[in-house]
Write a protein that binds this ligand. Structure first.
Ligand SMILES: Nc1ncnc2c1ncn2[C@@H]1O[C@H](COP(=O)(O)OP(=O)(O)OP(=O)(O)O)[C@@H](O)[C@H]1O
Length: 453
């Protein structure tokens, strides 16, 4: 009996222990269930969160695509509007720029040297006037007044910045895939080279255009465009093309071996360059050095090199007179792979040779031949622009090497701007009158939608 009692007590202790264990296990099970439930709910909410994130991502991708489409459409619209504005302003425009008196010419230094130009206030937003006082033809000691109006007139105080502001729109047109020609016309010493190339402290239109192009290319890259640029520089001297970048000492540049463009010519060797206009609207000049441009400053080096090679001679009017036309050509190829689009623009910046009349240049012999070649080609340029403006059935592009070279970039959708550079003093009034008359003839032609005059 006692044994049974002991067994029962032992069993009860064991039972109680078991019950405690079971209770503990239940408690642990409860905790586990709670954890499981929490984990399940967290996973559900994480799943829901992930789904939500995925949906948000999809929305963002769609909005980005829509924004890209809108940006692309906006860019196309901007290009169309920009082009319309340019056409309304006229696809051929003439700006007059008067250089300041040099220190030697300052009023007071010589009683014969007086200002010959006056600038009346303009009531037309698009055109501006200039009045030239020139000695009368009859030889009397009187001055005749000649009034001209152009798209813009820049007084001697106008900075390179102010001038470039006006032409930057045309640089934009070249970036948009148009062909652009900007000429500097005028007598020797009137400021053509200063306008086009400028100085280190006051860079001209060419270096400024390059800077604008490189600044714009960053924005274009963000829109998916890749821009490639190629530059060439040639001069037309005595109706012959000459490569201005053919020196072996080209720093910061490389030679293109592209089909149609030759490699560098040995220094001193005269190559005959053939100009071919291709069916796609591009122009190929055989044996011409073409340089891939990857930074704006590269062009400064090329300009310095070109200026060294450019034919200069000594005339009675200017000791370092440029006796050739210098043509700087930049081809701009833009490709947008994503949109399957390609644009191809050309920017020609041309520093023309001095326009002075043969008798005034004191020319004889070789200088006379140079002066005649210059005058013939400048008249041919005037004739082409006037024929284009008047929509004549025959445009005499073949009458000079300059107009033949630039044929695809003149007329049609192309944009042309001519700077007529003039000296301010009375000593040069006769030449200034010839330059202004030439420019007025160019300015008076009918261009696309606008009749000037
Ligand atoms: N807007 C200007 N501001 C200051 N200096 C100028 C300006 N335009 C011309 N000059 C100065 O006048 C001089 C003659 O100018 P430039 O050499 O540009 O003439 P050009 O028309 O190119 O002559 P050429 O036909 O002989 O080459 C230069 O010393 C130039 O620095």
């Amino acid at each position: 009996m006692e044994t049974l009692t002991n067994d029962k007590a032992t069993l009860e202790v064991q039972l109680s222990t078991q019950q405690k264990l079971i209770a503990n296990m239940r408690e642990e099970l409860g905790i586990c269930k709670e954890h499981k439930a929490m984990a399940e709910s967290q996973s559900e909410s994480r799943g829901a969160h992930l789904l939500e994130l995925k949906a948000q991502l999809e929305d963002a991708v769609l909005s980005l695509e829509a924004a890209e489409r809108r940006m692309h459409d906006g860019e196309l619209m901007r290009r169309r509007l920009h082009n319309t504005i340019q056409e309304l302003k006229g696809n051929i425009r003439v700006f007059c720029r008067v250089r300041p008196m040099s220190s030697l010419e300052q009023v007071g230094a010589d009683p014969d040297i007086q200002p010959a130009l006056d600038f009346p206030p303009s009531d037309d937003l698009l055109s501006a006037g200039i009045i030239l006082s020139a000695p009368s033809r009859d030889g009397a000691a009187t001055l005749s007044k000649h009034v001209f109006a152009f798209d813009r007139v820049f007084t001697p105080e106008a900075s390179q910045d102010a001038v470039f502001e006006e032409i930057s729109e045309l640089v934009q047109s070249a970036l948009d895939g148009h062909k652009v020609c900007i000429f500097a016309y005028g007598q020797t010493g009137s400021g053509k080279t200063f306008t086009m190339l400028g100085s280190e402290e006051q860079p001209g239109m060419i270096p400024r255009s390059m800077r604008q192009i490189f600044e714009s290319s960053q924005g274009l890259r963000q829109q998916g465009w890749e821009l490639s640029l190629q530059a060439s520089m040639l001069e037309i001297y005595n109706e012959e093309y000459k490569d201005l970048l053919s020196s072996k000492k080209l720093s910061g540049s490389n030679k293109s071996t592209k089909e149609g463009f030759g490699s560098q010519q040995p220094s001193g060797e005269i190559k005959k360059h053939q100009v071919v206009h291709n069916p796609d609207g591009s122009t190929t000049v055989s044996e011409l050095t073409v340089v891939d441009i990857t930074q704006a400053s590269q062009v400064d080096l090329l300009l310095a090199q070109a200026m060294e090679k450019r034919s200069v001679g000594c005339t009675a009017l200017n000791e370092q007179s440029s006796r050739s036309h210098m043509v700087f050509t930049l081809r701009l190829e833009g490709v947008n792979e994503a949109k399957g689009k390609r644009v191809s623009g050309v920017l020609n910046l041309i520093d023309l040779a001095g326009s002075e009349r043969v008798k005034d240049s004191g020319a004889a012999g070789l200088r006379m031949k140079e002066a005649q070649a210059i005058n013939t080609s400048l008249s041919a340029l005037g004739d082409v622009i006037v024929a284009l403006g008047n929509k004549q059935p025959h445009i005499p592009f073949r009458n000079s090497k300059l107009t033949y070279l630039l044929q695809p970039c003149l007329g049609g959708d192309a944009k042309t701007l001519m700077f007529v550079n003039v000296a301010p003093n009375i000593q040069f009034a006769g030449e200034s009158l010839c330059s202004l008359r030439f420019a007025a003839k160019v300015n008076a032609c009918e261009i696309n939608h606008r009749k000037k005059g």
